[in-house]
Design a protein around this ligand. Structure first.
Ligand code: G3P
Length: 217
């Protein structure tokens, strides 16, 4: 499973990249707003830090506008992935962009039908939002299972990128279902390795080690 960081904060991305655990980055207009920084400059910096796919979202709602914005964004670096919404214009832009060799992340997916049509449009990634699905009383993981089955039935190459991840169990459940990628805020990626029994174990081993009076080296 690939790990993407869902953030536009450069320091967080740099820290994760140094761990060797970072396979890509996703951003959206809300995350850019939170960062308070210039969009293009931020995407350029992220793409230089992370060699994997870096999603940058268009904001135009019409096909021509999306293509114009995509041209500007994809010129930033070869690893830019254009993020388009799951609309008719977004799917048309997806087809045109992927046919031209640009990676596309189709975002705001909330149904298996939407995921099916995004795959038919040639999407590189489909982003089902599991947390927002849970928020309105549906099980986001049921959606991931349905998409996995549909994509496997037809050997679609579109990668399932689980988004709107809110806690470590979303990541574990998505991995059990065979999702290709998950994108999460860095805080959740760090929560994946934290465990109180690990901390307790380290403390008791250190105490006993000190009692031996020995040193390594
Ligand atoms: O990648 C999409 C993600 O940023 C949405 O997350 O927590 O705003 O639903 P959230």
């Amino acid at each position: 499973m690939k790990f993407f960081a869902d953030t536009a904060e450069i320091a967080e991305i740099r820290e994760l990249a140094e761990t060797g655990l970072l396979d890509g980055v996703t951003t959206n207009p809300t995350l850019v707003h939170k960062s308070g920084r210039d969009f293009i400059e931020t995407i350029r910096e992220i793409a230089a830090i992370c060699p994997g796919p870096v999603s940058a979202e268009v904001v135009a709602l019409d096909h021509d506008g999306m293509m114009r914005e995509a041209d500007i964004l994809r010129a930033i670096a070869p690893n830019i992935t254009i993020k388009v919404p799951l609309t008719s214009a977004g799917l048309k832009a997806c087809r045109a962009l992927t046919d031209g060799g640009t990676m596309v992340n189709v975002t705001l997916c909330f149904s298996a039908a939407q995921a099916l049509i995004a795959a038919k449009a040639g999407a590189t990634f489909i982003s089902p939002f599991v947390g927002r699905h849970d928020d309105v009383g549906f099980n986001g993981m049921d959606l991931i299972a349905d998409i996995r089955m549909i994509y496997d039935n037809y050997d679609f190459a579109t990668q399932i990128l689980v988004a709107s991840v809110r806690h470590p169990m979303h990541v574990v459940e998505a991995a059990k279902l065979g999702a290709d990628v998950m994108t999460a805020p860095p805080k959740i990626i760090h929560q994946l390795y934290k465990h109180p029994l690990t901390d307790n174990g380290i403390a008791s081993f250190l105490k006993d080690w000190e009692a031996t009076g020995q040193k390594i080296g």
